[in-house]
Design a protein. Structure first.
Lengths: 342, 298, 307
């Protein structure tokens, strides 16, 4: 192991795919479909995230948002595969990467933050070592230098006593600290795209807020492009520049956050927001609105995936899949009014 | 767009159905084998006396007859007795011994495991220490020492085997009772005012039945094995009473010129143990790895 | 904290050994009607028996006898064999190395064959029933049966290896194989199950996401988690081997403590019988303790959970 002291300049020391500097890259997803065997979890998803912007991908469980995230991060389980479409980060089509090129792109081009940090950490290795590992094994830093990097990163993610924490095992850390460790691991090689898969869902509300602001801060610092998956509209409100709503494996609405919150166009989005506002912000004892029915499990109905639960359903909705329309504010609904400037 | 059906679920259901079918095949194979052995044992008198020394039992060189000899389909032993008759008689004593020793070691083990796991506290500690002690002594070494005190023959071997085997059953049952103990329905029953012994009997015991069944099959396999082993070393049923273990012992010297004297009882022992092992395996519902795939396969 | 956990375990181990010693005392002196006769042997004259009775202090209250017995054992006095007129301790000490060698060889065979099999089967994408069937097959073959099989095969049918006659390396092969091959499938299954358990785990996905090579993931993450249970099993095998060793040493005439025990049994040489039990049990307890302590040190989760 050669002694490569001190700082790591991402891109220069590694032989990864061509990247300019350590900034973020735009993400362009074009008609991506993800399948597990015969079952389609995601169908024809298309969206873009500009460099350094944050896209909040919202949906209930089973909407396919996790599968979409995993597909982009190339971390689908063996049963899953990208059935069609592409996802490009900058110039690189991540869905086409294979072998050594894929391995090198990991963590450098695209990094992934999982939901469950405790399962994602190796229980028999100390926290610091798990972060240092990337530097040791990919950049051939010696143990001391790698460890120093790990400590630096731990400090960067807001851990007050980084040397102490680095020496601890995962089971000795709180949930919030474990998630910070995962974040430190994810940003270690200054990825162009960060995929955060519900990283705060399993955490206490107070810790949630801290983690959200931490990720936001890190993202802003390096203009990293961020794809944040969640089912919680409140989190979306706090962090997202743009919002994409998923239902039944399809993207049903995609627009800047402000537009989605003030003037949602898709019936599902509207229902989601109203149940959120009446639920979360409800007055005590006031009933909050729910969406009747349940999301599709297994059989996705023909036509618009939302039609069984949609209050505005027409015959056309039952048979014909609505395609996304509009430019700045895109929506996939036969009945939505798309204004020229939206 | 046509409807898309979820294929993942049927595939999983299919996998567990095939697994269940395969396990049942194993179980049935074991039961058939055991039934065959029981029939063999029951039919022992039909093969003639295992003690009778046949005048034509040895050939002109004074050596035992081999397999396929006229009148003695499995050959004769070193003093001219019929092997088939001896093996069948041995089956009888083996099965008898197994049945009794299995019952006693199981009963003791289950009792200790239940009481220790359910009543907790100092009783638990004491019983588990004793269990640990019995688990620390290697079986055959202590089996021989114990047999020298308790005596040989069928009673002796039953006592020895019981002493050697109750502990692992106790440990397994103890673990399971501990697991069950922490489940909500037990607390609910106690909270509803049931006496502890009633809770034990009515709520915990039923869950243990299938486990006990599996344990008894595997225990029986070990009992047959160790029983034959101890007999082989002289600590079990004594000659001239036929027993596969002591037949092995006397046959050992004739290995070179009459290997059937060793091979035949060996095959019997292995088949009997196999029968119980198959039954035990067929009864367990093991599922290593739960069918999830490896990340390194991508 | 750690010191306390270690102390607890050592204490329990010591207690177990003491209990075994007490157990042998009961078997040797309490249960038999005439312990002096038993110790002196069936052929001894009544004067010798009386002498032995006096030496053993059999007229004292039993708890006193027990205490002096335990004291004696702890000082290495395990009594005398009436057959060979030598101290049991020296008999055992003479034969212990041979048995230890045999057991070590057996464990090596087990780990090598079993580990290789388990790794091979566990890393393959498709599950196969081969290993499970082999395991069932070998589970059904008792040690002495397997020993005879190997004896027949390699001693007579295809006589390439010596079947008895001393402590040579060639003579070690068959008995070591007997012990080791029977145990190998257990290891294979443990290794394979551990692999099957670990390979789909989320932390392996994390390792993959870090862009490590397959080998780096295997060595750094997977094996670290798989190895401790295997070590535990190896430790526990000492108990199993000490049983199998009796048969193997008898069949292959390997001069260890197993063979000694068989001879002692046919001679009804109680002191030797009991002495061997004590030594064997102590070996098991010590090995289990060592394995336990190793796990405590190596696996941080065990450290946190246990007492």
């Amino acid at each position: 192991m050669t002694a490569n002291s001190g700082s790591v300049s991402a891109g220069a020391a590694s032989t990864g795919p061509a990247r300019t500097g350590s900034e973020g890259q735009p993400l362009v997803v074009d008609r991506l479909s993800v399948a597990y065997g015969e079952f389609r979890a995601v169908t024809d998803a298309s969206f873009e995230v500009g460099t350094g912007r944050v896209l909040g991908l919202v949906g209930e469980s089973g909407s396919g948002k996790s599968s979409l995230a995993l597909a982009i991060a190339r971390l689908l389980p063996p049963e899953g595969r990208v059935a069609s479409g592409t996802a490009r980060v900058g110039d690189v089509d991540v869905t086409a990467l294979a072998g050594e090129a894929l391995r090198l792109a990991r963590s450098e081009l695209v990094a992934y933050i999982p939901q469950d940090a405790s399962a994602a950490l190796n229980p028999v290795h100390r926290a610091g070592r798990q972060i240092a590992e990337v530097f040791r094994l990919r950049y051939q830093l010696d143990d001391a230098a790698a460890q120093a990097q790990a400590v630096r990163l731990l400090a960067r993610v807001g851990i007050r006593r980084p040397e102490d924490t680095a020496r601890r095992y995962p089971h000795e850390l709180s949930g919030g600290m474990r998630q910070r460790v995962m974040i430190a691991m994810a940003i270690a090689l200054r990825p162009a795209l960060l995929v955060a898969d519900e990283p705060t869902t399993a955490l206490d509300v107070t810790v949630q807020a801290e983690i959200i602001s931490l990720v936001r801060e890190l993202q802003e610092e390096h203009r990293t492009t961020l794809l944040w998956i969640t089912h919680d509209m409140g989190v979306v409100a706090e962090i997202a520049d743009d919002v994409a709503v998923m239902y039944g494996g399809r993207i049903v609405e995609h627009a800047p956050a402000r537009a989605v919150f003030s003037a949602p166009l898709h019936p599902y989005t509207k229902a989601l927001l109203s149940s959120f506002t009446t639920g979360r912000l409800a007055r005590p004892k006031a009933p909050f609105e729910t969406i009747e029915g349940a999301p599709p499990v297994g059989q996705i109905p023909p036509g618009c995936p939302f039609h069984p639960r949609c209050p505005l359903v027409t015959d056309r909705c039952r048979t014909e899949v609505p395609l996304p329309r509009g430019s700045g504010h895109r929506v996939a609904c036969h009945l939505a009014e798309v204004t020229p400037d939206g | 767009m046509t409807t898309v059906t979820l294929q993942a679920e049927p595939a999983a259901a299919e996998r567990s159905a095939t697994r269940a079918r395969r396990a049942n095949g194993v179980l049935i194979a074991g039961l058939i084998l055991l039934a065959g052995l029981i029939v063999f044992a029951v039919m022992a008198p039909a093969f003639g006396s295992p003690y009778h020394i046949y005048p034509d039992g040895l050939n002109d060189k004074g050596l035992p007859l081999g397999v396929g000899a006229p009148g003695h389909i499995l050959g004769t032993d070193e003093i001219g007795r019929d092997m088939l008759a001896r093996l069948a008689a041995g089956a009888r004593s083996t099965l008898e011994m197994t049945f009794i020793a299995n019952l006693t070691s199981l009963a003791l083990g289950v009792l200790v495991g239940l009481v220790a796991g359910f009543y907790r506290g100092p009783v638990e500690q004491g019983l588990m220490r004793i269990t640990d002690i019995f688990l620390s002594v290697p079986t055959v070494v202590s089996g021989l020492a114990l047999a020298s005190v308790v005596g040989v023959g069928i009673t002796g071997i039953v006592v020895v085997v019981t002493a050697l085997f109750w502990a692992w059953t106790a440990r397994v049952i103890y673990g399971e009772v501990l697991r069950l103990r922490t489940r909500v329905f037990v607390d609910a029953a106690i909270a509803a005012g049931l006496r502890r012994s009633a809770v034990l009997r009515r709520h915990i015991l039923p869950h243990l039945y299938s486990l006990i069944l599996v344990i008894s099959a595997l225990n029986a396999a070990s009992v047959v094995s160790i029983g034959a082993g101890l007999s082989f070393l002289g600590a079990g049923i004594q000659p001239p009473q036929p027993d596969w273990g002591n037949m092995l012992q006397s046959g050992e010297n004739s290995l070179q010129f009459a290997p059937h004297l060793v091979v035949e009882p060996l095959v019997c022992i292995v088949l009997t143990v196999l029968a119980f092992v198959l039954i035990g395996e067929g009864l367990t519902n093991r599922e290593p790895g739960r069918g999830r795939k490896s990340w390194l396969d991508k | 904290m750690l010191a306390r956990k270690i102390a607890v375990r050592v204490g329990l181990a010591a207690l177990t050994v003491l209990a075994v010693i007490a157990g042998t005392f009961v078997l040797e002196f309490v249960i038999p009607a005439n312990p002096a006769r038993v110790v002196a042997g069936p052929k001894a004259s009544s004067q010798v028996v009386a002498e032995v009775a006096r030496n053993l202090g059999l007229n004292r209250p039993e708890w006193q006898q027990l205490l002096s017995y335990i004291g004696g054992v702890l000082h290495g006095d395990l009594g005398y064999s009436y057959v060979s007129q030598t101290s049991v301790t020296s008999l055992l000490a003479g034969r212990l190395p041979a048995t230890a060698l045999l057991m070590a060889a057996g464990i090596v065979v087990e780990l090598a064959v079993g580990g290789a099999l388990g790794l091979w089967d566990g890393l393959r994408p498709k599950r196969s029933w081969v290993l499970a069937s082999v395991n069932i097959g070998l589970l059904s073959v008792p040690t002495f049966t397997f020993g005879f099989l190997l004896l027949l095969l390699f001693g007579y049918v295809w006589p390439v290896l010596p079947v008895s006659g001393g402590l040579g390396a060639a003579q070690l092969v068959l008995p070591a194989l007997t012990l080791g091959l029977l145990g190998a499938p257990y290891y294979a299954i443990v290794v394979r199950d551990q692999l099957r358990e670990v390979l789909p785990a989320p932390f392996v996905r994390t390792a993959l996401a870090k862009g490590l090579t397959r080998r780096q993931i295997l060595h750094g993450h997977v094996l670290r988690v798989v190895v401790p249970p295997v070590l535990t099993m190896a430790g526990m095998d000492v108990a199993l081997f000490l049983s199998g060793v009796v048969f193997v040493e008898d069949i292959f005439a390997w001069p260890g403590i197993g063979q000694l025990q068989v001879q002692a049994f046919s001679n009804v040489d109680r002191p030797v019988l009991m002495g061997t039990v004590i030594v064997a049990a102590t070996a098991v307890v010590v090995m289990n303790l060592v394995v336990d302590l190793l796990r405590l040190v190596v696996d941080p989760r065990v450290r946190a959970e246990s007492l």
